[in-house]
Design a protein around this ligand. Structure first.
Ligand code: ADP
Length: 397
């Protein structure tokens, strides 16, 4: 079995990883890179696992780089360094699988139309994911392509966790909670199964805190509730997204403040969250540095922390208790102060912080006898590679 090319295409970038998931050789990431600044000033960077970083070169100066041009560049790089014939399949991160796709699928012409039909559910993300798939079908028509969905892991949520209190006719048209970050939660669940099997079997909340942030309640490794909803705008406060707000605010913005729906959408997705509240930055590192002298930065961090604590409380109720908590993604993995504030706010739920372990970046960050908390690195690319390799192996049987 060969290598899996993992692709994650967004509005302005195509990220990739080259992963070896051979059962005999074990799992190994060979390279990871990206074309950023699509449509503006594209940059190419790649890091080989064994070797120097080849980073930050301006690329195709002045050219309007499309997803297809970016993928063509990635394929050329792979051909030069590893040979294209080493690829078994390409696995794509696809944001929305709707009601139909609750597991990874091998893509064929007929299910592409089904995926395209889901675009209205994720208009800001799905078209870019699909554009990468279309491009790869043109550039490498014989390479099998597999779609892995951010929503799929939440297919195990019970009906009460996924329905909104809307008229049945609306729910029947797919207006419901789907949840996102599923590949990250699935990876963390698999990591817990190896590191702490007893906890894996119990009730765990995973906090994926990055540019996008959400929480997932796991019972026996399965998603039973999550904070993101119909879209990735719901739930926690994020870097630039508002998270949950009273929906009547939207009517007010449109009716009284005369904003268009596009302006409201831009405000809620791109100008709110840490950026909007601080007036400074969406980046937690910048806010931490500014906080001592800037009340707005402190307020943004306090609100971010408060919202996480409130929603953790809600998920503990949904789970009927809690055995453990896992922090992951950019903020969850790197911001020790936030982890400490959250765990100190959860003493009532049985958590007791190990301050030294937390500050030293250890995996286990609570003391013996406490409900267990971990800091674990997520790896969505590896999850996609595993799914893709498994699907190819099953089809070869
Ligand atoms: P994405 O959701 O785009 O995958 P990441 O998971 O990479 O994002 O998270 C990015 C965020 O992580 C950054 O915006 C930054 O706020 C935060 N971050 C990264 N390093 C640190 C750090 N050392 N301390 C606090 N926050 C950090």
């Amino acid at each position: 079995m060969g290598l899996i090319l993992v692709l994650n295409a967004g509005s302005s970038s195509v990220k990739f990883a080259l992963v070896d998931v051979d059962p005999q050789r074990g799992e190994r990431e060979l390279a990871r890179g990206a074309v950023d600044g699509l449509g503006q000033s594209p940059r190419w960077s790649v890091r080989q696992s064994e070797g120097a970083i080849d980073a930050g070169q301006p690329w195709l100066e002045g050219a309007l780089v499309t997803h297809k041009a970016a993928i063509s560049h990635i394929l050329a790089w792979i051909d030069q360094h590893h040979g294209l014939n080493t690829l078994t399949a390409a696995g794509h991160r696809v944001v929305h699988g709707g009601e139909a796709f609750t597991a990874p699928v091998r893509l064929k012409a007929e299910n592409l139309a089904d995926l395209r039909a889901l675009t209205p559910l994720a208009p800001l993300h799905q078209p870019h994911n699909l554009s990468a798939i279309d491009s790869l079908f043109e550039l490498a028509p014989t390479l099998p392509q597999i779609a892995c969905f951010d929503t799929a892991f939440h297919a195990t949520m019970p009906v009460v966790a996924r329905n909104f209190a809307l008229p049945r006719s609306i729910t029947a048209q797919g207006v419901r909670r789907y949840g996102f970050h599923g590949l990250s939660y699935e990876f963390i669940a698999s990591a817990l199964r190896d590191k702490d099997p007893a906890l894996y079997r119990g009730k765990v909340i995973v906090a994926h805190l990055g540019n996008g942030s959400s929480l997932c309640a796991l019972d026996g490794g399965k998603s039973v509730a999550t904070t993101m909803g119909f879209s990735a705008l719901d739930g926690l406060m994020m870097g630039t997204r508002s998270g949950s707000i009273d929906p009547a605010v939207i009517f007010h913005l449109m009716r009284e403040m005369k904003l268009s729906s596009a302006e409201v959408e831009t405000m809620l997705y791109q100008k709110s969250g840490l950026l909007g509240v601080s007036g400074l930055s969406a980046d937690m590192r910048v806010l931490r540095a500014a906080a001592p002298d800037m009340p707005e930065a402190r307020e943004a961090i306090e609100l971010f922390t408060y919202r996480i604590l409130r929603d953790i409380g809600s998920l503990i109720a949904a789970l009927g208790g809690i055995d453990g908590l896992v922090f992951t993604a950019g903020i969850g993995e790197n911001d020790a102060a936030l982890r400490a504030d959250i765990l100190n706010g959860l003493k009532w739920a049985g958590f007791a912080l190990d301050a030294t372990a937390n500050e030293n970046g250890a995996e286990r960050i609570t003391i013996d006898g406490s409900a267990r908390a971990y800091r674990l690195a997520t790896n969505e690319e590896l999850m996609i590679a595993r799914h893709s390799a498994r699907l190819m192996a099953e089809q070869a049987k």
